[in-house]
Design a protein around this ligand. Structure first.
Ligand SMILES: [Zn+2]
Ligand SMILES: [Zn+2]
Length: 453
């Protein structure tokens, strides 16, 4: 085992197990990370080094159009054996239909999956290769989200955004020249996904204070490093400076390694992701055009920051909160969930029956703890950047920075504050608001903040 220290490169995290002060050993299954100019030309060498007999390449329509011929030429030059499948959509959804489609076309002579893309292509490849017990390589085509190094697969199954167990890729290839050709909205989405770490780390911290959830400072520092690298260079990103694109891709990968180290998505996904997942599910249900994950996360981060600001700026009435908790009606809650999740409320209700996070007894216990811990919680909240600051950053990249800009109306916005936390049993801002009985009023205030600017 190795003792962790500062100033590491990504390669330093690989192929070893770290002894950590949190008491948990940390390791990641990724063997190689190639993020550099012309990294794509090292793909054949990578395939040879892994003793692969035949590779299965997965593209979507766009990634095939952009990179297909380059990759096929490389494979043919090196006489590498492969099969491939191109998902006909340019914006595939990671649901049962896409999974089934890829399975139908999968060539079982292949002993590795090679994903050419970003979000969905990566999630589908990670999940199927895991189920088949074969490794996968991701060739990233845009620095647009932090799932490259993650070990879980968020899929939409029975209309519910659910995170499934999977594995990390054996190698990540990020050719900076190719990544720099990604459209600016995808790059800005990557930044949005990273900015979400401000609120997700705060949520995690709150949970460790209130619910004694496992918390690791080393992992927190890795994610903070991602944040620092990204925010320090926002200005240069506008011209797609290749050095900065490389930094962003590395920051996204580092955030994924942090998830692997924790064994779940806690270090990289909090209330801002729950809001984003809820919006995604509702968009899908209404057959609306999907919005990039990181774009939604960026906007949701501004919303969560504003809600935290509101929370810390007012006196908390714990007596009123306890009275409110004692009046909780599970029947009323179920009725609300049926309204907020018209086509997937069963899973939400099932989860609540299992974990009872809204049960008055559990809420009371947390409220008592919150009352003791409130000064520490407030200090932590006050250390967050302001909602305006993050909003300005998104604006400077010409990325949408308020819910209306992506077509979210007031009802959907308020419903997401009420219902998004029910997707997971993960304590954070939205559960804090619920416990205090102030979800509706804070959500209204956050909406008013967006509406006035
Ligand atoms: Zn640790
Ligand atoms: Zn994300």
């Amino acid at each position: 085992m190795t003792v962790m220290n500062n100033d590491r490169s990504l390669a330093d995290y690989l192929n070893k197990e770290y002894f950590c002060n949190c008491g948990k050993p940390h390791s990641v299954g990724i063997q190689q990370i190639l993020i550099d100019e012309d990294a794509i030309y090292r793909l054949p060498e990578l395939i040879y080094s892994l003793n692969i007999k035949k590779s299965f390449f997965l593209y979507d329509r766009t990634t095939y159009q952009l990179f297909g011929s380059k990759i096929i030429n490389l494979l043919n030059q090196e006489k590498l054996s492969y099969s491939d499948y191109i998902i006909p959509s340019s914006e595939p959804v990671p649901n049962e239909q896409t999974l089934g489609e890829v399975l139908v076309h999968y060539d079982r002579d292949c002993d590795i999956f090679i994903a050419i893309g970003s979000g969905t292509i990566n999630d589908i490849s990670r999940f199927i290769s895991y189920k088949f017990h074969i490794p996968y390589i991701i060739v990233g085509t845009a620095p647009s989200m932090d799932g490259y190094a993650s070990n879980v697969a968020p899929l939409i199954v029975q209309n519910m955004k659910t995170t499934y167990e999977a594995h990390t890729p054996i190698a990540i290839v990020g050719d900076v020249n190719l990544l720099s050709t990604a459209p600016m909205n995808m790059i800005a989405a990557g930044v949005g996904d990273i900015l979400g770490k401000y609120t997700c780390l705060c949520d995690w911290n709150m949970s460790s204070l209130i619910t004694d959830e496992y918390y690791c400072e080393t992992i927190v520092n890795m994610v903070k490093e991602s944040l620092e690298t990204t925010t320090a260079n926002i200005e240069l990103l506008k011209n797609k400076n290749s050095g900065v694109i490389k930094n962003i891709m590395e920051a996204l990968v580092l955030s994924g390694i942090a998830m692997s180290f924790a064994g779940n998505s806690r270090p990289a996904s909090g209330s801002e992701h729950h809001l984003s997942h809820y919006w995604e599910m509702m968009y899908l249900m209404q057959n609306k055009k999907p919005i990039l994950h990181g774009t939604k996360v960026g906007i949701a981060t501004v919303a969560v920051l504003k809600a935290y600001e509101i929370l810390a700026s007012q006196p908390i009435d714990f007596v009123k909160a306890e009275q409110n908790a004692s009046r909780y009606s599970s029947t009323q809650w179920e009725a609300n969930m049926k309204l907020c999740y018209p086509n997937s409320y069963e899973s939400v209700i099932e989860l609540e029956n299992k974990v009872r996070k809204n049960d008055p007894e559990n809420v009371m216990t947390r409220l008592k703890r919150m009352e003791q811990m409130w000064p520490s919680m407030k200090d932590r909240i006050n250390a967050l950047p302001s909602a305006n600051h993050i909003r300005n950053m998104l604006d400077s990249l010409q990325a949408p920075s308020d819910p209306m800009a992506i077509g979210i109306d007031k009802t959907l916005f308020i419903n997401s504050f009420i219902a998004a936390k029910e997707l997971r049993n993960r304590y954070g801002l939205l559960q804090i608001l619920f416990d205090l009985g102030i979800t509706q009023e804070v959500a209204e205030e956050v909406w008013a903040y967006f509406a006035q600017k």
